[in-house]
Design a protein around this ligand. Structure first.
Ligand SMILES: [Zn+2]
Length: 183
């Protein structure tokens, strides 16, 4: 029963952020981490409230390839095709579905899946969070990853954190360091 309700909130954010700490990616690309974070949480932002309010499983809505493609295309147009936002949002959702595997109805509604309904979802989530080692150890790992990212990027005040989230500060710092030589 608890297996179907493993829900890793912190880890869902921490894992994609960690991937984007890889020097190979970080030095090369312009990207917006807010978009990555929103994408990495969106599937659960949509289905968990429905579940908690006993309105049914929203998994067939938000945990499908169809959903992530449509929401990516909508955002891509809204942000005027800025890929450092839209592609990062898409990657966040892709990471989310990968981390949720195998309990993901990827091809819904083209293929039918059995959705498990839980009578007391909020209680079960809190119960598994504190009693299921897979859940709490993963969440602790996620928390430690976030601390590592803060230290690794020397993010010790709010302004630096906001900058880090909005743009890839690695490329920004490089631009700043080259400026004096131009003058
Ligand atoms: Zn999920």
């Amino acid at each position: 029963m608890s297996e179907v309700f493993e829900f890793f909130l912190i880890f869902h954010v921490a894992f994609p952020l960690l991937i984007f700490e890889l020097p190979l990616i970080k030095r090369k690309f312009k990207f917006n981490r807010v978009a990555l974070i929103v994408g990495s949480l969106l599937p659960d932002i949509i289905d968990k409230p429905l579940l908690f309010m006993n309105l049914g499983s929203g998994r067939g809505i938000s945990h499908t390839i169809l959903f992530i493609l449509i929401s990516f295309m909508i955002l891509h147009l809204i942000v005027k095709k800025k890929t450092d936002i839209s592609v990062l949002f898409l990657l966040g959702m892709v990471f989310h579905l990968i981390l949720d595997l195998p309990e993901v109805p990827l091809f819904f509604p083209f293929i039918s899946y059995e959705f498990i309904l839980i009578e007391v979802p909020l209680e079960l989530w809190l119960y598994t969070l504190f009693n299921d080692p897979t859940v709490y150890l993963t969440e602790i790992a996620g928390f430690l990853i976030l601390i590592f990212i803060l230290i690794n990027n020397r993010l010790f005040n709010r302004k630096d954190i906001v900058n880090f989230l909005k743009r890839n500060t690695d490329s920004v710092t490089r631009q700043n360091t080259t400026e004096p030589f131009k003058n």
